[in-house]
Ligand binder design. Structure first.
Ligand SMILES: [Zn+2]
Ligand SMILES: [Zn+2]
Length: 161
C-alpha cells in the first residue's frame, strides 16, 4: 500500500519535472524561432527599403499625415507641461534666493546671475532636466540681480572691473 503511494508520488514528480523541462524547451524553441524570424524580417525590410526609397518616403508621409494631429496634440500637451513645471521651478528657485536683487533690492525683472562664471555649468532656466542635486548645486552658485544691475555687473566684468 505504502509502496504504491510512493510509486505514484515519485511518478507524479517525474512527470512534473518532465513537463517543466519540456515547457522550458518549447519556450526557448519559440524564442529562437521569433528571434530568427525577426532578423529575417529586418533584413528583408532593409533590403526592400533600400530598393524602394520613393515608396518609403511616401509611406512615411502617409503615416505622418495620419498621425500629425496626434503628434501635434502630444507635443502641445508635453510642452505645456514642461513650461508649467519650469515656471514652478524658477519661481521656487527665486524665492529660495530671496526674491530680490542683491544689489539694489528691486523685486521686478529678477534674474539668476552666476557669481563665479568659471564654475557655471548651466543656466538655472535650463535646469528642468537636471537632477535635484545638480540643480541645487547650480543654484548655490547664483545670486539674484535685477535687469539693470545685471547689465552693470556684466559690463564691469567685461571691462575687467
Ligand atoms: Zn549674470
Ligand atoms: Zn538691482
Amino acid at each position: 500500500m505504502e509502496n504504491d503511494e510512493e510509486r505514484i508520488i515519485s511518478h507524479r514528480k517525474a512527470n512534473k519535472k518532465w513537463r517543466l523541462a519540456n515547457l522550458e524547451h518549447a519556450r526557448s524553441k519559440k524564442r529562437e524561432y521569433h528571434l530568427k524570424n525577426r532578423e529575417r524580417e529586418n533584413e528583408r525590410s532593409k533590403k526592400w527599403n533600400a530598393a524602394h526609397p520613393e515608396q518609403v518616403r511616401e509611406n512615411r508621409e502617409k503615416w505622418n499625415a495620419a498621425h500629425s494631429e496626434k503628434i501635434k496634440e502630444y507635443r502641445t500637451k508635453h510642452n505645456g507641461m514642461a513650461k508649467e513645471l519650469l515656471v514652478k521651478l524658477v519661481t521656487w528657485a527665486r524665492s529660495h534666493l530671496g526674491d530680490k536683487c542683491t544689489e539694489c533690492g528691486a523685486d521686478v525683472n529678477i534674474m539668476f546671475h552666476h557669481d563665479d562664471p568659471d564654475s557655471k555649468l548651466f543656466n538655472i532656466s535650463r535646469g528642468l532636466h537636471r537632477s535635484t542635486e545638480e540643480f541645487l548645486m547650480e543654484l548655490d552658485k547664483c545670486v539674484l540681480l535685477c535687469k539693470s544691475c545685471h547689465t552693470k555687473i556684466h559690463h564691469r566684468r567685461k571691462n575687467g572691473g
